[in-house]
Design a protein around this ligand. Structure first.
Ligand code: GLN
Length: 564
């Protein structure tokens, strides 16, 4: 039986260098060499998980099948590796401390003083080593933050110790730094990298490989210079170049031989990487046959990362249809009865994504009305479905005060409400939701089964009656209104197996109008575009081709905010 080898990726100089992307791309190459690979993210912040953070602070919260609310980098990992991850793939300082403090209260350390070293570092080591339980060939561990931060020190100390515990032949340190290009001097600069490696070595970690984030390839001379100053092999310095499409990165690393060097250093089986599927993917992305304009009408539009999986899933829907998808993010707070036509009329498809809280909801409801009345393909996800139900109840059923309990606890017609008792498929039992419990405790999280009605748009997309999708929400469609909604034309095309929870809604007298209570974007990958995104983009293309005016698309590489 092979022992798991560990690759630790640290970051230097500044944040946002793309450690997650680099980790996922390296994982892709190792998987393409026939190895089993898993990835873990260690985040230095104190929150137990990112679930309580505003998406405009830290980006989207990625949800796994087992209901873990995790860092968005896990989304990259799943999309690149095509394997479902779980709670054990993401730890934070908060979750590590929480576990140590729980043990302390339980008396596990009776008589001892509980300290960062060894108790916190041991807990981190346990979390890392838990990845070896499944006999995975390679575990890649990304340490969040930047070397030199106070917060990440216990993580760095833990991985330093692990190299001693597990042996050099089972551990590899990769350091990702910035090599800026100074236009005035006409050259790349290595000093920030030298300083960053010095910092890393001062805490006892000697990098084996240096990855240089740069605008363009670092020259062999410069690589040699970095190797000498940082004391690594001459052939252990690689470029991590800017790419116009993120799925090119594994191929860029491959060209430089990164996986080959890693395989040699860790003595991994030497099979060459089979990258045919990735080459095909990159070719498809670079050679679309046509394009569509899709609008995302949400309130977290100030940070692109807040809708990361959604963005990628729409791109995947484009790949499935050989189309380029131009995405326009529109702040839902700006959509009113007066502005809707001006803001939304050039779109071939409209998507209202998930969200929490009342801000921006009025504009989302207005957007649904616009898409419904103007026959524009509409896709509502989670809060998007809830807004669609609210809009329909108000404008078609004529119940003007229809609302969600989340925003209007006193409304007479709470068509979206907090269900207090429901069947939890994770616990295989009925559970009660306590309205007064803390914010973390009342969500429906993770994978839940759903049964699809034959003959529906959903059935046409999935081609199957039983599916499983990931959830992250508190509120549900109120069953009290289901009959009345059905009588007026809403189809409940997806339900929980016990029929109690509405999972999908549709309209018949519309080209493509679908809402889902779950988040399909979390399960879409470039190799396996999600059926609902594929169908939505297909409907958007049909709409574009049938529209008298036709929309005008930009086909160049930068798709954002480019429709006219
Ligand atoms: N705020 C809504 C709820 O909690 C929707 C959540 C979401 O869109 N993820 O039910």
């Amino acid at each position: 039986m092979r022992e798991t080898k560990f690759i630790f990726i640290t970051g230097g100089v500044l944040s946002s260098l793309g450690k997650g992307m680099a980790a996922a791309s390296l994982g892709t190459l190792l998987k393409a060499r026939g190895l089993s690979v898993t990835i873990q993210k260690l985040d230095p912040y104190i929150n137990i998980d990112p679930g309580t953070m505003n998406p405009t602070q830290h980006g989207e919260v990625f949800v796994t099948d087992d209901g873990a609310e995790t860092d968005l980098d896990l989304g990259h990992y799943e999309r690149y590796l095509g394997v479902p991850l779980s709670q054990r793939n993401n730890y934070t300082s908060g979750s590590i401390y929480y576990s140590v403090i729980t043990k302390e209260r339980r008396g596990d350390y009776l008589g001892g003083t509980v300290q960062v070293i060894p108790h916190i570092t041991d807990e981190i080591k346990l979390a890392i080593c838990s990845l070896a339980e499944n006999k995975t060939d390679v575990a890649i561990i990304e340490i969040g933050g930047t070397v030199g931060d106070i917060e990440s020190q216990p993580f760095l100390e833990a991985i330093r110790q692990l190299r001693g515990d597990l042996g050099k032949e089972r551990c590899l340190f990769i350091h990702l730094t910035l090599v800026p290009y100074l236009a005035a001097a006409g050259e790349h600069k290595t000093k920030p990298t030298q300083h960053s490696v010095k910092e890393l070595r001062s805490i006892g970690i000697h990098p084996d490989i240096i990855l240089c984030r740069c605008e363009s390839q670092v020259s062999p001379d410069l690589k040699r210079k970095i190797a000498h100053f940082c004391d690594v092999d001459e052939d252990a310095v690689f470029s991590s170049v800017d790419v116009d499409n993120v799925y090119k990165l594994p191929l860029e690393f491959y060209k430089e031989g990164l996986d080959q060097k890693v395989a040699i250093m860790l003595r991994l089986p030497a099979r060459n990487a089979d990258l045919a599927a990735w080459e095909h993917l990159v070719f498809a992305l670079s050679n679309p046959k046509d394009c569509v304009n899709i609008g995302i009408i949400g309130k977290y539009v100030s940070l692109k990362e807040a809708y990361k999986s959604l963005h990628e899933a729409l791109v995947h829907g484009g790949i499935a249809n050989k189309l380029k998808v131009n995405l326009t993010y529109i702040n839902s707070e700006e959509v009113t009865a007066d502005t809707a036509a001006g803001l939304l009329s050039g779109l071939d498809g409209i998507l209202v994504p998930g969200g929490f809280g009342e801000r921006g909801v009025a504009g989302k409801v207005q957007t649904v009305q616009y898409a419904r009345e103007n026959m524009i393909p509409f896709f509502g996800i989670c809060l998007g479905l809830q807004c669609a139900v609210i809009e329909y109840t108000r404008n078609v059923l004529g119940l003007a005060d229809a609302d969600s309990e989340e925003f209007a606890a006193d409304a007479e017609h709470k068509v979206i409400y907090l269900m207090t008792e429901w069947f939890d498929y994770h616990k295989n039992a009925k559970v009660r939701r306590d309205k007064n419990s803390d914010k973390g405790g009342t969500m429906r999280l993770g994978a839940y089964p759903c049964v699809i009605r034959e003959g529906s748009l959903a059935f046409a997309a999935y081609g199957s009656k039983k599916i499983s999708e990931r959830h992250r929400h508190r509120y549900e469609v109120n069953n009290k209104y289901r009959e009345a909604l059905e009588a007026k034309g809403i189809i409940f095309s997806g339900l929980s197996p016990d029929g109690e929870l509405a999972e999908m809604i549709e309209l018949t007298d519309h080209p493509w109008f679908l809402g889902c209570q779950f988040h399909p974007e979390f399960k879409s990958t470039p190799m396996n575009p999600h059926p609902l995104f594929r169908a939505f983009i297909e409907a958007a293309l049909k709409n574009k081709r049938s529209a008298a005016s036709g929309s005008c698309c930009k086909m160049d590489s930068d798709s954002e905010k480019s429709f006219s």
